[in-house]
Design a protein around this ligand. Structure first.
Ligand code: FRU
Length: 491
């Protein structure tokens, strides 16, 4: 039965969502039907299609009592809208249906696992959240919340685990068993990822702690995911309140990828490598799925809690997802590239090879705001160039700059003049692998974002921009002399 609250959200999005013109949305990135979007939820295959739910507040462009919005796609690029899937309409989730996962059940139904949040007054009279895990089962459009909700609560926590910060179940099948990885705050005030196993009839039991921050990588670990890839095991999570570490981790809400080995019957997960997932300004709460062809595909919220205050006035939608990205692990690093289906949307190939750059130049046919462009840069002559800049979304007043400086190996993304109306962080620098001055950028530009992939996916950096659409010039500039190839497609 559709509750009154869910019906109200469905009526609102059906009535007002289509009034937002397509030209005011990204061409290729998923956005909410109307109102606010945060984390991707339940990113998974169901009946041969990819479903994507999202944290959703349809009533304003601000975060509010969380619903689950719903999209699906056949090719990871073109999204079809479905009616909102969940509303906070029960006592146990009255303060929000927070993030979670989805999986297909053996009987053909779709299971959604989410965090139900309710508020209580604690002993000091302060409002406190209680977070429990809840289930809903449905047919890909309509869902019934389970009669035995919540299916996991404080009684299921390991010693010292917080019932206030216990959220974001990601679920998956492994050898016929349904598992859940769930974020939790530990007794030391930092975070951990807990593993649970379903034992039948949506009952769950605690298996082990997969890994914990021990105050090293931020506080509460939100939105975990755990999967095998290329012979290794990967644990991803989005820590709150991180301390900055060099150019690897920035302060605040960040992302963490731990790569290691997993012995399910033995010592569990043993991490070997730690890295940030995306080095840009807007990226949080990624979630992955296993595609039928074996690819591990990740999508994330292309925003950050520390930057969400900078939105265009009166926007009718706010929050978008990254492009889905194919993942690989090579030499202990996570690689990311846009899903290959993006290539089906390319047109108008423009190629320039062996172009000498010193000073600022533009190239015939290389401009636009919705495009896929690869720029290969290398030194020329005896001397290494000092820096190389690509400017996109440019007019007389605006530009978004991607800069490489070979002497210290830093790539910098700078969206200071990209239409954001607030004085927040607008630049981020990170390290690329030194290759004697050679570097390759793949830049995906959509109306309201730029995603940069360095050296075939060794690093990714994402940022939202709100530059006026007429700002579509692109220029290249070197300090010293460089040689470059450019291949550009419209999308
Ligand atoms: C992460 C997060 C999750 C939570 C959700 C609430 O961005 O804080 O931990 O479930 O957002 O909207």
């Amino acid at each position: 039965m559709t509750s009154e609250l869910l019906q109200k959200a469905r009526d609102l999005e059906a009535r007002y969502g289509p009034r937002i013109p397509d030209s005011e949305r990204p061409a290729l990135h998923a956005t909410p039907a109307i109102g606010w979007m945060n984390d991707p939820n339940g990113f998974s295959m169901y009946r041969g299609e990819c479903h994507l739910f999202y944290q959703y507040h349809p009533y304003s462009n601000e975060w509010g009592p969380m619903h689950w919005g719903h999209l699906k796609t056949k090719d990871f690029i073109h999204w079809e809208r479905l009616p909102a899937a969940l509303a906070p309409d029960r006592d146990y989730d009255a303060a929000g249906c927070f993030s979670g996962g989805a999986a297909e059940l053996p009987d053909g139904r779709q299971l959604l696992m989410y965090t139900g949040v309710r508020r209580i007054y604690d002993a000091e009279g302060f409002l406190q959240e209680i977070q429990t895990q809840c289930a809903a089962v449905g047919d890909g459009v309509n869902y019934e919340k389970a009669p035995n909700n919540p299916v996991l609560d404080d009684k299921d926590l390991p010693e010292g685990g917080s019932a206030i910060d216990f959220r974001d179940p990601k679920i998956w099948w492994e050898d016929g068993v349904l598992y859940a990885a769930i974020g939790n705050r530990t007794a030391d005030g930092s975070g951990a990822v807990l593993l649970y196993r379903e034992t039948g009839s949506l009952k769950w039991e605690f298996v082990r702690t997969l890994d914990a921050s021990r105050c090293q990588y931020g506080k509460m670990w939100e939105c975990p995911d755990f999967f095998p890839l290329d012979g290794r095991q990967v644990l991803i999570t989005s820590p709150q309140d991180m301390d900055p570490v060099g150019l690897e981790f920035h302060a605040g809400n960040g992302t963490l990828c731990l790569i290691g080995d997993y012995a399910p019957q033995g010592g569990g997960f043993v991490r070997q490598y730690a890295q940030a997932i995306d080095y840009g300004l807007d990226f949080y709460a990624p979630q992955t799925l296993l595609a039928p062809d074996g690819r591990r595909i990740m999508i994330a919220w292309m925003q950050n809690w520390d930057t969400v205050g900078a939105k265009p006035g009166h926007c009718r939608w706010f929050g978008q997802m990254t492009l889905p990205r194919e993942l690989a692990v090579k030499d202990g690093r996570l690689y990311q590239t846009p899903v290959r289906e993006l290539e089906n949307y390319r047109s108008g190939c423009v190629v320039h090879r062996n172009i000498p750059v010193s000073g600022e130049i533009n190239l015939p046919g290389v401009q636009g705001r919705v495009l896929d462009m690869t720029v290969d840069v290398r030194p020329t002559g005896g001397e290494l160039y000092r820096w190389f800049r690509i400017r996109v979304a440019k007019d007389g007043e605006h530009e978004t700059i991607i800069r490489y400086r070979p002497s210290d190996g830093t790539v910098k993304i700078d969206r200071t003049r990209s239409g954001l109306p607030r004085d927040i962080v607008h630049t981020r620098s990170f390290l690329a692998r030194p290759q004697g001055g050679k570097i390759k950028f793949r830049i995906i530009l959509d109306r309201f974002s730029v995603e940069v992939f360095v050296n075939d996916g060794e690093q990714a950096a994402s940022a939202v921009i709100y530059t006026r659409q007429e700002a579509e010039a692109i220029t290249f500039e070197a300090g010293g002399s460089a040689l470059m190839d450019v291949e550009k497609y419209s999308l």
